[in-house]
Design a binder for this molecule. Structure first.
Ligand code: HSE
Length: 436
């Protein structure tokens, strides 16, 4: 049987990694897919630049639309990233009856509903394993491996750059900015690194995970997003003294009240497995009602790990080329006509424990005022830590851990604490989870 002809959009890090992987494992991939897979064309904005793969076996063009319109290509791999022109290219490929494999989390999180609807109407597949957690087969695990379960919640370290920064702050006591510059140099960070540190990249990925876990339409706009910019190395050290690590998590949970979708720094007990996922590694914990807690760990970025997911999707699409579209694995795990309309929960109704750090005047009665405000708001304190003032400083840090409360209770208490004359500036607050 002739090989399947593929067009590749984007010859950057992941594009080159995909070319190399297809070449290196060519025979094994063909044995698995049942047919050979051949890249016949690739697009890049800079064909003249040296790159990390050979381009000998295919034509290289500046024009991605030329590839999408080429009647010879059956599958398009989109590795350009970003919203546009990726969206236009993918929709046009679908219009042309081509299957699509993409690593583009921003595209799927924001335009996935439109893209999947379009793909269904044309009877083609859109595969996106590489969009979440790089090489970890987390989409396949949830969508197929856990099909028998009602997924209760999932929580993941799904941005390697943020995890690298927090790990370096923890192990080496390094400052945020210095570590970010290194992550950029190492090639982990997004083209716009604010997507990493402000939580946008993790929110894109969480949007996708939540949809396939709970059978809800993609709803990026409903994710509560906080980055790691306000976490200091002192917070990392205080959390350690209390027996916790700070990780940047994406958390999705379904309850009778609706769906929680949130991305924020989180204190985790130091013995929790996720608390020990360090550096650029990613990990996702998924709780199914039948299987219990499961954990998926691996490289969340990089040329070869992401190419691993791209090629897995390619093989899936090749295997399904002759399958009736109605009987393929649904894009969002649940049949498109059976998606749930469970509402996204407002953050005010979300319940978590808290780490609080206040800078307070070193004078009598301040601690009493703070504990009174918390007590009056129905917030119970689990631990308290008061540090010595730094030499010459007239303020001291006070660190509190609370029991679980609704976010609205903490909002009120925080406003009252910040109104005290003895409290300097904003209260730093970081949510804390046990993940049990
Ligand atoms: N910038 C992303 C990260 C790359 O740091 O995890 C993979 O999506």
């Amino acid at each position: 049987m002739s090989s399947v002809k593929v067009g590749l959009l984007g010859l950057g890090t992941v594009g080159a990694g995909t070319v190399n992987l297809l070449e290196r494992n060519n025979d094994e991939i063909a044995r698995r897919a049942g047919r050979g897979i051949e890249i016949i064309a690739a697009s890049t904005r800079h064909p003249e630049r040296p790159r990390g793969c050979s381009t000998e076996g295919f034509r290289v063009t500046r024009d991605p639309f030329e590839i999408v319109d080429d009647p010879e290509t059956e599958i398009i791999i989109e590795l350009i990233g970003g919203y546009e022109p990726a969206r236009e290219l993918v929709l046009r490929a679908i219009d042309n009856g081509k299957h699509v494999v993409t690593a583009n989390k921003a595209l799927i999180a924001k335009h996935g509903n439109e893209i999947f609807e379009h793909a269904r109407s044309k009877g083609v597949a859109v595969a996106f394993e590489a969009a979440v957690a790089g090489g970890i087969p987390i989409i396949k695990s949830i969508r197929e491996g856990l099909t028998g379960n009602r997924i209760e919640w999932l929580a993941g370290i799904i941005n390697g750059t943020a995890n690298y920064i927090l790990s370096e702050m923890f192990y080496a006591g390094r400052e945020f900015g210095e570590v970010l510059a290194e992550a950029q140099r190492l090639g982990y960070a997004e083209a716009d690194p604010t997507f990493d540190v402000e939580g946008v990249d993790a929110a894109h990925k969480l949007t996708i995970l939540a949809s396939i876990a709970f059978g809800i339409p993609l709803q990026y706009g409903n994710v509560h997003v906080e980055g790691i910019g306000h976490v200091t190395r002192e917070d990392v050290a205080y959390a350690e003294q209390l027996g916790y690590r700070i990780k940047h998590l994406g958390i999705a949970r379904q309850s009778e009240d609706g769906i929680e979708l949130r991305v924020h720094p989180t204190l985790l007990p130091e013995r929790q497995l996720l608390a020990n996922v360090d550096g650029v590694m990613n990990a996702v914990m998924v709780m199914g009602d039948a299987v219990g807690p499961t954990l998926y760990y691996g490289a969340g970025a990089g040329a070869a790990p992401t190419a691993s997911a791209v090629v897995a999707d390619l093989v899936d699409v090749v295997r399904a080329l002759n399958v009736d579209p109605e009987h393929r694995v649904p894009h969002l795990a649940f049949q498109s006509t059976a998606l749930s309309d469970a509402p996204a929960m407002p953050m005010a109704s979300v319940e978590t424990a808290y780490y609080l750090r206040l800078e307070v005047a070193d004078q009598p009665g301040v601690l009493a005022d703070i504990t009174r405000i918390l007590g009056n708001s129905g917030i119970s304190i689990e631990a308290i830590l008061q540090k010595e003032p730094a030499p010459g400083a007239d303020h001291v840090p006070v660190i509190l851990l609370t029991h679980r409360v609704f976010e609205r209770q903490m909002d009120e208490a925080q406003a009252q604490m910040e109104a005290l004359d003895a409290v300097q500036g904003r209260v730093t607050r970081i949510r804390s989870e046990q993940l049990q």
